[in-house]
Design a protein around this ligand. Sequence first.
Ligand SMILES: [Zn+2]
Length: 179
Amino acid sequence: MTTEPSRPSGRPTPSDPSVTARMSRQARRDTAPEVALRRELHRRGLRFRVDWPLPRMPRRRADIAFTRSHVAVFVDGCFWHSCPEHRTAPAANSAWWATKLDTNVRRDQATNEHLAALGWTVLRFWEHEDPLLAADAVAAAVRPPAAIGHPSGRGGCHETPPPATKVTSSTETATDRIQ
Ligand SMILES: [Zn+2]
């Protein structure tokens, strides 16, 4: 029962078994909420990379990445990423934990900014969120209303405007395809 290290340099010896469990859980890939989301996305015909190394950001990975549409998805653990509903502060080594968890949050923010700067869409979900709703959001991001014909080549040439006939007017039909 010592109030342990004041420096967040090393991992303290957890005195609480539940903390030990959570610590080991961090290392685990394929958490249940993540798997549930992946399964649902797969069911909807979406294909993606799993545990994908982020470009130009060593040692960071997206849980799910759509490399063509540039959408990165993270399923954040409520404890490790300080979910506002479920975050808890371990009683033992509280200073170390406070620093540790705060670092995680700032790390997430830096990751978001990095990806956004590269033109990626970042979606983060808490592990407590409904995987079906999460899948809805992901599908919407990955499959933007492509049915709405947008002029693809907006070149600088203004002398001869391309025939406007090919621009199909927005039909609002194909949007509700996702079950
Ligand atoms: Zn939560």
